[in-house]
Design a protein around this ligand. Sequence first.
Ligand code: AMP
Length: 197
Amino acid sequence: MLLVFLGPPGSGKGTQSKRLLEHFRLPHLSTGELLRQAIQANTPLGRLAVQYMNQGKLVPDPLVLSLVGEVLERPEYAPGCLFDGFPRTLQQARSLDEFLGGRGTPLDVVVELRANEDELIARMLRRAAVERRADDTPQTIKRRMEVYNQQTHPLVEYYHTRGLLETIDALGSTEDVFERIRSRIEARAHERVNQTM
Ligand code: AMP
C-alpha cells in the first residue's frame, strides 16, 4: 500500500503516522525526519537544508526529490510506504506520480488531516515548549502555516480530482482521529480488492 499523509503543521501527522505504521506495518518515509537526520549528521544536504528549515521555508524541490528517490530505491520500500510530509508542492506530487507510474505502483490513498488554524497554532506552541524543536518558534510556526496554505494546500485539489483524497477531521483525541483514519483506509483497501475481483 502506498499512502500519502497531508496536513498543516500541528495537525498531528507525526503522531498519527506512528500509529498507522504500527497498525499497517508499512515503512515510513518522512522527509522532515530525513532532513533532520541529515542536519544532525552534518552532511552537505543537511547544511543546505537547515537554512531553509530554520526560517520555516520549504527545502527546494530538487534536493527533496533526490533524497526521496534514493530512499525509494531501497528494497524495504518496494512493498509500499507511508509518505509523511511529502509531497509538499505540486512539482513534488507530479514527480512522485511519474516515479510511481513508471514502477507500475500508483498511490492508493491520500489522507488529509484538516483542522482550525488557531487550534493548530496553539498545539504547536505547546509542542515547542516540550520538544524544543529549532523550527517551532512563533515566527516560523506562522511562516510554516503560510507556506502550507500557499504551496501544499493545492495538493488537496490535485488528489481530489484523481479520486484519491480522504479528508479527516484532525480534532479530537489521538484515538478517535486514528479510528477515523484507519476505517477510511480499510474501506479504500476493500473497494480496491472488490474492483479487482
Ligand atoms: P516536518 O517534520 O514534516 O514538519 O518538516 C519540517 C521542515 O522540513 C519543513 O518545515 C520544511 O522546511 C522541511 N521539509 C520537510 N519535508 C519537506 C518537503 N517534502 N519539501 C520541502 N521541505 C520539506
